[in-house]
Design a protein around this ligand. Structure first.
Ligand SMILES: NC(=O)c1ccc[n+]([C@@H]2O[C@H](COP(=O)([O-])OP(=O)(O)OC[C@H]3O[C@@H](n4cnc5c(N)ncnc54)[C@H](OP(=O)(O)O)[C@@H]3O)[C@@H](O)[C@H]2O)c1
Length: 322
């Protein structure tokens, strides 16, 4: 197979990035994945078309060096919580400028970017969403003539290594009785990581996708409560959801954001104040309900999560396929 060329994945060691790296490598792309901690991501090296390199991509010079000789760049760098004040701006806005500059200086003509559903510089309900929107606007403003850009706005993404379903599953396993759930009526339209990856891969060579911003959602709209109840059902746990009202949801965020691990922050709370659902474009096919049913059928309903973890230790888990 002739290779379509060299492609650089920024944030390629993350949940979505890894799936994308394998999909691109399977299509013959020569994929370079820089990482701050390559030793933690050695599983990527099983594919001969993937090169894992150590690199501090937020340093302009280093990024420029990594861009040399690449044909396409895809940016997946993003954070859900700030460790230091200003991190959202640093990684969602300033970093975009660095990426666009590095692409322009290296003669790269194609840049794809993963934003988030609801990203809006002006009216995003949280700092996460506003900075995501600002970064996306920057990208589409500066990357026009020579650099062809496309951005993707997924709703919450699910798959074997996600930090959404897995995180809830991990917490719910520790509960017996009532589980207090903040923002139970928030609406989400979860999308399967494999579907998102298909959309991204399909857009790389598609001229119609130049300058486009695509919303990417699954087939069904759920409330957060319905999703949590689905997880409880799948894992057959002795837990019932206790839906919290607005005041207690805020209070939970205020408390949790000061605990280690930042399970839920005020910014997350604000993000959940707007519906995270498709308003234009077509939805993707894979249903969260079917996906969870499939897991239960594969591993047995009782303690299926435990069995999945036992049978597939993290580094050896098979990747998401349909
Ligand atoms: N997952 C979702 O449900 C979802 C929904 C909507 C939008 N998105 C967006 O999709 C993108 C990918 O999401 P994901 O779930 O795959 O996230 P993830 O697993 O947390 O991966 C994020 C990637 O960004 C990199 N990164 C973060 N901070 C960095 C820094 N300071 N310097 C260098 N690299 C840094 C991480 O590198 P390391 O591996 O070195 O830590 C990681 O590879 C993000 O932009 C996210 O906002 C995700």
């Amino acid at each position: 197979m002739t290779s379509p060329g060299k492609i650089l994945l920024l944030g390629g060691c993350g949940f979505i990035g890894k799936q994308l790296a394998y999909a691109l490598a399977n299509q013959g792309w020569q994929v370079t994945v820089p990482s701050r901690r390559p030793h933690r991501n050695r599983a990527l090296l099983v594919h001969p078309n993937i090169r894992l390199v150590e690199g501090r991509i937020t340093e302009a010079e280093e990024l420029q060096r990594l861009c040399a000789g690449q044909r396409v760049v895809i940016n997946l760098v993003g954070i859900l919580h700030e460790r230091r004040r200003g991190d959202f701006r640093r990684y969602h806005v300033d970093f975009i400028k660095t990426v666009v500059e590095a692409c322009n200086n290296s003669g790269i003509r194609r840049l794809l970017h993963i934003s988030a559903l609801g990203a809006d510089q002006a009216i995003g309900s949280s700092l996460y969403l506003r900075t995501k929107g600002e970064g996306e606007n920057l990208l589409h403003t500066f990357g026009q003539r020579d650099l062809k850009v496309t951005s993707f706005q997924p709703s919450v993404v699910f798959g074997k290594h996600d930090s959404f379903i897995n995180r809830f599953a991990g917490i719910l396993r520790l509960y017996v009785g009532l589980f207090p759930l903040a923002c139970p009526n928030a609406k989400l339209q979860p999308v399967f990581v494999g579907d998102l990856v298909d959309r991204i891969v399909g857009a790389i060579e598609d001229r119609n996708s130049y300058s486009q911003r695509y919303q990417v959602c699954g087939p069904e709209v759920f409330t957060l409560r319905q999703i949590v109840e689905l997880i409880i059902d799948t894992l057959d746990l002795p837990v019932k959801v206790l839906p919290l009202g607005n005041g207690l949801s805020r209070l939970q965020a205020l408390v949790f954001q000061n605990l280690p691990g930042k399970l839920f922050t005020m910014d997350n709370y604000r993000s959940l104040q707007t519906d995270n659902v498709l308003t234009e474009g077509e939805s993707c096919p894979t249903s969260l309900r079917q996906y969870l049913r499939g897991l239960a059928a594969m591993f047995g309903n009782k303690s299926s999560y435990d069995r999945m973890r036992r049978n597939f230790p993290r580094s050896e888990e098979p990747e998401d396929t349909r």
